[in-house]
Design a protein around this ligand. Structure first.
Ligand SMILES: *Cc1c(COP(=O)(O)O)cnc(C)c1O
Length: 423
C-alpha cells in the first residue's frame, strides 16, 4: 500500500516542539506562508492597477490574521454583523469592506452603511429593502447568478440551484432602478464556484462578467467601477493535486477584461476577488494526538480533536491529508478510520486511510485547515473549540485564540435564574 506525501507548513521537528509546549488540539498558522501567498496573488493581478482582494472573513475569522492580510493590502469580505464588527475592530472599514450577504437582516445593512462598506445586493427586492432600512448609498453592487448559462461546481452546485444572486433580466431591471433612484457608482459581482482547481473556470467566469458589464453599461448608460469575481479558488487538499496557477488565472482574466470590456469601449475598472480558502487554507493545519487505538470490525484511531474542530470531512466528505509526525518515513501499511470523540458516526477525519502503524500519543497533522477549519467549529455534544496559534515570521509562536472552556459553553446560560426556576 502506498501513500503520497504532502509538505507540512513547518518542519516536522518544529511542529513537534510547538506541540510539546502547547496542549493539543490546536490550529497552527504560518505567517510567512500566508504573506508570500498574498504577494503571489497580488502579483498575478498587477496588470490591473485597482486590483483588490477582499479576504472572505468567514474562512478564518481571526483578527490577528485579518491584521496581517490588511498589512498586505487586502480588504475584508463580510456577510454578517459579527464579521462586520470584527473587520471594524482591526481597522478595516469603508470601501475596504465588501458586504456580500444573502437573506440579509435590516440591521446588517444599517451597520454596513454606517461603516461605509460596499454593499453587494443579493436580490432585486433588496433594493427597496435597503432603501427603507438604511437608505441607498452612492455605490451599489449586485450579485449575478448566471443560472443555466454557467456549468456548476461540486460545493456550490449548479448555479440554477443556488440561492444567491439576480437573474440576468433582474440585473437590467435592478441597475435601472438604482440609477433612477440616484445611485451613481456601480459594481458587479458573481461567485459561481467553490474549491475549483481549474484556472479556465475563473477565466470563463471573467469572460461572462465582462461581457455582461459591457451590455449593462451600454443599455443603461452606466459605467462600472469594479467587477468582483468572488472567491472559490481551490487548493490542493490531495497530495496528487496541484495548486491553481494564479499567473495563468490573472493573465486569462486580463485577456477577457481587455477584449470584452475595454474592447467594447467601457473605461478601465478595478478587478476584485473575495477569496478565502486559497488565501489561508494551505498555511494552517490541525495538530492533534492519538488518544486511543481501537480494533473491532475496523481499526480506529481516536484523536483528541473531533469534527467540532474541523467539520469539512463530515460535511462534504472532504479529503484532508494526514501526516504522522516522526513516522513520515514509515510504510503506510495500516488502514484506519481516524475519528474524534463526538457521538455522531460521521465524526471521522478519514475513512479507510492508509497510515503507518499508530499508537496512543502519536502526533498527527491534519493538513490545509487554514480556511473553513476552526471557523466552522461548533459546540454540539459539549465539544469545545480549540485554540489557534500563529507561527510568526521571526519564529515565535503567538496564541491568537485560547481554547474554549466549559465556562464558554455555559456563557449563554443564567444559572441564577435556574436556581429560582420552579420545576
Ligand atoms: C464563502 C464565500 C467566499 C469565499 O469562498 P472561498 O471558497 O473560501 O474562496 C467569497 N465570497 C462569498 C460571497 C462567499 O460566500
Amino acid at each position: 500500500m502506498h501513500s503520497m506525501t504532502k509538505a507540512l507548513i513547518l518542519p516536522a521537528s518544529e511542529i513537534a516542539s510547538i506541540a510539546a509546549r502547547h496542549p493539543t488540539p490546536f490550529h497552527l498558522y504560518n505567517e510567512a506562508g500566508i504573506r508570500a501567498n498574498a504577494r503571489r496573488l497580488k502579483a498575478a493581478f498587477a496588470w490591473n492597477s485597482g486590483f483588490r482582494e477582499f479576504y472572505a472573513v468567514k474562512a478564518c475569522p481571526n483578527p490577528f490574521l485579518l491584521k496581517i492580510l490588511k498589512a498586505e493590502g487586502f480588504g475584508a469580505d463580510c456577510s454578517s454583523l459579527p464579521e462586520l464588527l470584527l473587520s471594524e475592530r482591526v481597522g478595516i472599514t469603508g470601501e475596504d469592506i465588501m458586504f456580500t450577504s444573502n437573506d440579509t437582516p435590516a440591521e446588517e445593512f444599517v451597520k454596513a452603511r454606517q461603516l461605509g462598506a460596499v454593499i453587494n445586493l443579493d436580490d432585486l427586492s433588496h433594493i427597496a429593502f435597503l432603501e427603507r432600512a438604511a437608505g441607498l448609498p452612492e455605490l451599489v453592487c449586485c450579485r449575478y447568478n448566471p443560472g443555466p448559462l454557467k456549468g456548476g461546481n461540486a460545493i456550490i452546485g449548479h448555479p440554477e440551484e443556488a440561492k444567491y444572486g439576480f437573474t440576468r433580466e433582474q440585473l437590467f431591471e435592478g441597475y435601472r432602478m438604482l440609477r433612477d433612484r440616484g445611485v451613481r457608482r456601480f459594481g458587479l459581482h458573481t461567485m459561481v464556484a467553490s474549491n475549483e482547481l481549474d484556472p479556465q473556470y475563473f477565466i470563463d467566469t471573467a469572460e461572462m462578467l465582462c461581457s455582461l458589464a459591457s451590455s449593462l453599461s451600454r443599455e443603461l448608460g452606466i459605467t462600472f467601477e469594479f467587477l468582483n469575481l468572488g472567491g472559490g479558488i481551490g487548493i490542493p487538499y490531495r497530495p496528487e493535486q496541484r495548486a491553481v496557477d494564479l499567473d495563468a488565472v490573472g493573465a486569462g482574466i486580463r485577456r477577457a477584461y481587455e477584449r470584452q470590456l475595454l474592447g467594447s469601449g467601457h473605461p478601465p475598472l478595478k478587478v476584485c476577488l473575495e477569496c478565502g480558502r486559497m488565501v489561508t487554507g494551505p498555511y494552517g493545519c490541525l495538530v492533534t494526538r492519538v488518544r486511543h487505538i481501537k480494533r473491532t470490525y475496523k481499526q480506529y484511531a481516536g484523536l483528541d480533536a473531533c469534527m467540532a474542530n474541523l467539520m469539512r470531512p463530515a460535511l462534504y466528505g472532504a479529503y484532508h491529508h494526514i501526516t504522522v509526525i516522526g513516522k513520515q518515513d514509515k510504510p503506510c501499511d495500516r488502514v484506519y478510520d481516524v475519528t474524534g470523540s463526538l457521538c455522531e458516526n460521521n465524526d471521522k477525519f478519514a475513512i479507510d486511510r492508509a497510515l503507518p502503524e499508530l499508537a496512543p500519543d502519536d502526533l498527527l497533522v491534519i493538513h490545509d485547515t487554514g480556511a473553513h477549519g476552526h471557523a466552522m467549529g461548533f459546540q454540539y455534544n459539549g465539544k469545545l473549540r480549540s485554540s489557534e496559534l500563529l507561527r510568526r515570521e521571526d519564529g515565535t509562536v503567538v496564541p491568537i485564540r485560547r481554547a474554549e472552556t466549559p465556562e464558554d459553553y455555559f456563557a449563554t446560560l443564567d444559572f441564577g435564574s435556574l436556581a429560582r426556576f420552579e420545576a
